[in-house]
Structure formats: C-alpha cells, structure tokens
Write a protein that binds this ligand. Structure first.
Ligand code: NCD
Length: 447
C-alpha cells in the first residue's frame, strides 16, 4: 500500500456515513460464518500497541485478524515495552509499522496520541481509544448493533447516561449519532456533562443541540405515570430538537447508552451517587422498546438482574465487535473495496503551523504530553468568519483566532477584517489575543 492511499481510523470522522453503512454490510457477511474468511488477510500482520488496559478491544481485534487468516503481534504491557525506557510513540510506530506489521491498533492515555501514530506510521493506524478523545471502533460496533436491532439510525431517540465528560466512547458515538440524524438526550452524572467543545462541534458541524436531562429523572421514567417520559432539562437553553422548551418530551426511548465512571481520568471527584440502571428504572412505558447499551466493562452502573432483560444488548455489542473489526481491517488493508466515497477532507494532511504562539489548551493533549519533545503544533481550520476556529490536528480541541499578523510588515489585524484576510497565507501568523500579538513583536495596524 503506498503512502497516499493509506487510511487511518483515528476519529469517527475519518469514515464517511456511506462508508460506515457499507462496512455494516461487510460485517454482516463476515458474521454469517466467522470461520469462512481465513484467506482474506493471509500473510498480513497486525500489531496491537496498548499503553492502557484493555480486554475486549484488543482481543476482538486480535481475534478478527486471526479469523481473517493474518497474524498478530502485541505490545500490550507498556511496562514491558520500550516506552518504559522513554521511547516516544512516534519512534515506536515508525519501527513497528512496516516490516514488523501491516496495520497497527493503538490505545494510549493521551488525547490525540492515535493521530500521532497515524502520522508517523507508514501503515494504517486504528485508534483503540486515545485518552478522553475518541474510540471510533467502539462506535462502529455500537452503531452496527443498534442498526441491526432497530433497522435504522435516523430519527432514533438515544439517551446517553453517566460520565459523558471523560468517556471517549460517548464522544465518538454522539458525533456519529448526530451525523446519522439520531436525537441525543444527555443524562450526565452531575459534574460530568458532555464537554463544551463536544457540544459546540455538535452544534456547528451537525446543527444538533443535545438536550440535557437531569439524572434524577431516570426513576421518573420508571414511574410509568405518563405514557410520555418528561425529562426535566437542567439547561433549558440547550433544547432545540424537542418541541417542548421547558421539558424534554420523549415519548419513546430507542436506546439508553450507559457508561462507567472513567476514574482513571478523574481528579479524585466523588462518584458516590453514580446512576445505576435497575429493572425498576427500566419499567417505564417510554423505555418499553429501548435497547440497553454499554461499551463494557460494567462496574456497578447496570444491575446484574438487567442482563436477562431482552432489551439488554451490551454483550451483543461486544460480540459484534469481531465481524465489525474484520470488515474494517479488510477495508483498510485494501482487501475489500468500498463503493462509497471517503470523507471530503482527510485529516492526514498538515494544516496551519501554530509556530511559537499557538498551543492546544487541552492539558491532556499529546502535544502537551510526550509530544512536547517532538511534535509540531499543527492546527486545522474549522471555520473562518469574524474569528477563525482552529482545532488541534491531534486532539481536535478548538481555539479561537481573533487576530492575524503579517510576517512581513509585523502588523496585526482583526481576523475577519479585509486587511487581515488580505494577508497572503504563507505570511499569516495566528494570534488568539492582541496581547499575544504584541508580545510576539507585532503592532496593531490601528495604532
Ligand atoms: C471503553 C474504553 O476503553 O473507552 N472500553 C472498551 O473499549 N469497550 C469503555 C470504558 O472503559 O469504560
């Protein structure tokens, strides 16, 4: 596979909607008889590089590759790999992706690390979860399972529950749900709401405003006193998808997606009253046809007695992970072709150089972590109006650029002004504030 053909799956945005749907059909074919496909990737080697714990993701990838007839090499214990000696992820993937392996699956604790792997490896890279950023293959499994259960994704009412702040599976899932036209109701554990940057992106890129419901309303659903469930919005101004502006009226819940508290990314916050789905919580009329989903591992947030409920599909999600990942790897390795077009913009190209001034404000971003030693500060332009919205090319966190400097005249202008926009691209220097521009030795054109 040559460089320009290489595709990575780091964010769920790296696949177009049509590609995702086509992959479901391939997964269906693989699923019919998992043992029939040992010629598809014969002679191919997959490496799993996991710098965080994993059971399902790593084993389902390894199983998928073995079922496709390929081989597997693993560095699953970061204590026993050279990262423990201080080797960078970039160096590791440069070596492993090539003569050692034809495709890499990477899990890493820092946001944006998978994009680093994608940029430095010569072979396709799949994100197996990078910090709180994304977990796109979990989303493929989640969507595939829900699609099989409900026969569609468009128009579904999906309640996201629990730690929505740090759960990477939630982040990838809600971007995808928005893209497929599903409605999102968030039911966060208080203090663990969907982050503002996720909400912003849902609004701007998909025109979707997630409706927020208080987690206390979960028992309310169960009361069954109404045929409709009324979820009291904790932030009424966020309501847009629903007709009632003071309450979110959900007559039908198609799925409740529960997540565990992501303790490994917390700063010691208490999770004492963390929500818990029980048989009685799920007794509401509105939840009659709901599917209960969870990426697993489950800790205490779904009662074991719910496992036997026919609406519970969390073990099914994990099971379907094998055919789904078979389809994905066969595609990325060029063993199956898709008719669908890829996304218009592939995130692999370099964008705007942040130079000495711009830096990603996400402290958990790989550019502020191990990448501080070697990564360029690279940003992509997301929207350009009165201010420029740039996002970190790695963790995708956004920054607002209010001023543009001209490297030649050493003057700066408001971003959206005709003078600012007239600065030729190669001479542009981006600033978030005027004081940043002045500190860099630029003077305001208005002076
Ligand atoms: C998830 C993860 O690692 O983000 N696990 C998984 O891959 N199924 C969810 C979690 O750990 O809570």
């Amino acid at each position: 596979m040559t460089e320009h053909q290489k595709r990575d799956l780091v964010s769920i945005e790296d696949l177009s909607t049509e590609e995702i749907l086509e992959l479901f059909h391939h997964a269906e074919e693989f699923r019919q008889n998992l043992r029939d496909w040992s010629d598809v990737c014969r002679g191919t080697i997959m490496a799993t590089l996991f710098f965080e714990p994993s059971t399902r993701t790593r084993l389902s990838f390894e199983s998928a590759m073995l079922r496709l007839g390929g081989g597997v090499i693993t560095a699953a214990d970061s204590e026993n790999s050279s990262s423990a000696k201080g080797e960078s992820l970039a160096d590791t993937v440069r070596v492993v992706g090539g003569s050692y392996a034809d495709i890499l699956v990477v899990r890493h604790p820092q946001d944006g690390a998978a994009r680093v792997a994608g940029r430095y490896a010569r072979v396709p890279v799949i994100n197996g979860g990078d910090g709180a950023h994304e977990h796109p293959t979990q989303t493929l499994c989640d969507l595939y399972t829900l699609w099989k259960e409900k026969g569609r994704l468009e128009g579904l009412e999906v309640v996201l529950c629990g730690d929505l702040r740090y759960s990477r599976t939630i982040h990838s899932f809600c971007y995808a749900l928005a893209r497929f036209g599903a409605n999102i109701v968030t039911m966060p554990y208080p203090g663990f709401e969907l982050p503002e940057y996720v909400l912003l992106r849902l609004r701007r890129d998909f025109g979707v405003q997630a409706a927020t419901a208080a987690v206390d309303d979960l028992p309310g659903i169960a009361s069954g006193s109404n045929t409709a469930a009324y979820l009291t919005a904790s932030k009424p101004h966020q309501l847009a998808l629903f007709t009632n502006l003071t309450n979110v009226e959900v007559n039908r819940i198609d799925a409740i997606y529960m997540t565990r508290a992501q303790l490994e990314r917390h700063d010691g916050e208490s999770t004492l009253d963390y929500p818990r789905l029980t048989r009685s919580t799920l007794g509401a009329a509105a939840a009659k046809d709901a599917r209960i989903m969870h990426p697993l591992p489950r800790v205490d947030e779904i009662d074991y007695e719910v496992d036997d409920d026919p609406r519970s599909i969390y073990f099914r999600q994990a099971e379907l992970g094998v055919p789904m990942r078979m389809a994905l790897m066969a595609f990325l390795l060029g063993k199956i072709q898709l008719r669908a077009q890829p996304p218009k913009v592939l995130a692999t190209q370099r964008g705007i150089d942040g130079g000495a001034t711009l830096r990603c404000h996400n402290e958990r971003c790989v550019t502020n972590g191990e990448g501080v030693r070697y990564l360029d500060r690279d940003f992509r332009l997301r929207s350009s109006e009165a201010v420029g919205v740039l996002c970190c090319a790695y963790c995708e966190r956004e920054i607002l650029v209010r001023f543009l400097g001209d490297e030649k005249s050493r003057t700066f202008h408001a971003y959206g002004s005709p003078e600012g926009q007239a600065i030729p691209e190669p001479r542009r220097v981006h600033f978030e504030t005027d004081s940043q521009a002045e500190a860099a030795g630029y003077r305001s054109a208005d002076d």
